[in-house]
Design a protein around this ligand. Structure first.
Ligand SMILES: [Zn+2]
Length: 436
């Protein structure tokens, strides 16, 4: 049943335009996916809510938008060049590579039964060359994480804003990892988006209390998206499994159809990152604290959120099958209105009646300035409802023959399927209450 649910979600995503397999007409590309029209809306919505919740609504936060390409020295300082590697074995016959610790049987290739080479270290970073001539260019990497942009800009942000510690920097952006293990749909992919915060604090600050308040803010965000607390498991990472500089790390795991797995995380990283950059760059990254009358390298609390994993969690959480009258099953994505790609669908009862279409267009024009609306005049009403249920549209509005006389429309609720007559003049107010 669980893997069955995953298959159903993957198939719905393709059928309705949330997520397509990458480069499909050329036979695809492993671990790569493209977001379709609905997926792009869903993803934008959860990013917008994140940015507002963690950046715009807080006086102690600012946001940046850093580049994917950084000076390769950044990756030396961060330790990625040295440490961001995995030992891999390669099949001598089919040349596929595997992590030995993930293989059930290390004596032969699971794909073709061939023999393996000895394990070699392979970098998880994508290499690229800057400059027109490959041999003379500067070799660098596509960033494998977004955090470094915030560390290398720490001085600039301090000098160009009025922020005083404690304050944080938020960023949403793409990262790239040369993953070789197959990925459970959009769970593990070669390129992905991260929403990340570096929250800078004084070395003697009450970090334990601040850490707790970030956990609270993270659950508030989950609530705004409509992810219920029941789906989460806080995996407290024990000291022996944490990075040596981290004093506390929690993985927020989510119940995916295949079991608990990573969704978000938070870590207290001490002053490791800025101290490394100060050492490697030779630049002073100290902060002068005029409350404490002290100079120090700030410590950092780092909440991290995978965008694509959040999309997946929202799909898993909202996917519902319901038996309805007549023995049929309806598929519904029960998104919270804030994340739903379309908020309202507007239909003329019949597509071939000019006066109905005209009235329905009037209604659509009233609503579309405030909400993303879907216009549909294909097929019959029942089919249109099923379609909107599958893409998670919270409300459908139908203009029928009575509408021409009573200046009212039928509003149908996605979850209860109940219908209600609402005056056209009161529609905006009705939806302002329901959707905002
Ligand atoms: Zn093989």
């Amino acid at each position: 049943m669980p893997s069955d649910k995953m298959q159903k979600i993957v198939s719905l995503c393709k059928r309705r335009g949330f997520v397509y397999p990458g480069s499909e007409i050329y036979g695809g590309l492993a671990n790569s996916w493209d977001y379709g029209p609905l997926g792009a809306e869903l993803k934008n919505n959860l990013k917008k809510i994140w940015w507002k919740h963690f950046v715009q609504d807080r006086e102690d936060m600012v946001g940046i938008d850093g580049g994917v390409l950084l000076n390769p020295k950044v990756w030396e300082a961060s330790g990625h060049i040295k440490n961001f590697k995995d030992p891999l074995v390669e099949c001598k016959d089919c040349h596929r590579r595997f992590r030995p610790d993930k293989l059930k049987d290390v004596s032969k290739c699971p794909e073709c039964g061939g023999k393996f080479t000895k394990a070699k270290m392979f970098s998880g970073m994508f290499k690229t060359v800057i400059g027109p001539i490959e041999e003379e260019g500067l070799t660098t990497f596509l960033r494998p994480e977004t955090a470094q942009n915030m560390f290398v800009n720490f001085r600039n942000i301090l000098d160009s804003t009025n922020k005083k510690i404690p304050f944080g920097v938020g960023q949403i952006g793409r990262s790239f990892r040369n993953e070789i293990t197959a990925g459970n749909f959009i769970f593990r992919t070669l390129e992905f988006e991260i929403m990340e915060i570096e929250y800078f604090i004084a070395p003697d600050a009450n970090w334990k209390k601040m850490f707790e308040s970030w956990i609270k803010a993270i659950y508030q965000y989950a609530g705004k998206l409509g992810l219920s607390k029941k789906g989460f498991y806080n995996h407290e990472i024990p000291a022996k499994d944490r990075a040596f500089y981290s004093k506390r790390t929690i993985d927020f795991e989510y119940k995916y159809p295949w079991g608990l797995d990573e969704l978000w995380a938070i870590a207290y990283r001490t002053n490791y990152d800025l101290a490394c950059h100060q050492k490697f760059s030779g630049q002073n990254l100290e902060y002068f604290d005029d409350v404490r009358h002290a100079k120090y390298i700030p410590h950092v609390i780092e909440p991290t959120f995978g965008v694509d994993r959040t999309v997946l969690a929202l799909l898993v959480e909202s996917y519902t099958e319901e038996k309805i009258r007549g023995g049929d099953t309806r598929i519904v994505l029960k998104f919270k209105p804030a994340v739903a790609p379309y908020k309202i669908a507007v239909f003329p009862l019949l597509a071939n009646k000019k006066n109905l279409v005209k009235k329905a267009r009037e209604v659509y024009d009233i609503l579309k300035n405030e909400y993303l609306c879907f216009w549909d005049d294909r097929g019959n009403i029942g089919k249109r409802y099923r379609y909107q249920d599958e893409i998670g549209t919270p409300y459908c509005v139908t203009v029928d023959f009575d509408s021409l006389k009573d200046k009212a429309v039928t509003v149908r609720d996605r979850d209860s399927m109940k219908q209600k007559r609402v005056k056209i003049s009161g529609l905006r107010e009705f939806f302002n209450q329901k959707l905002k």
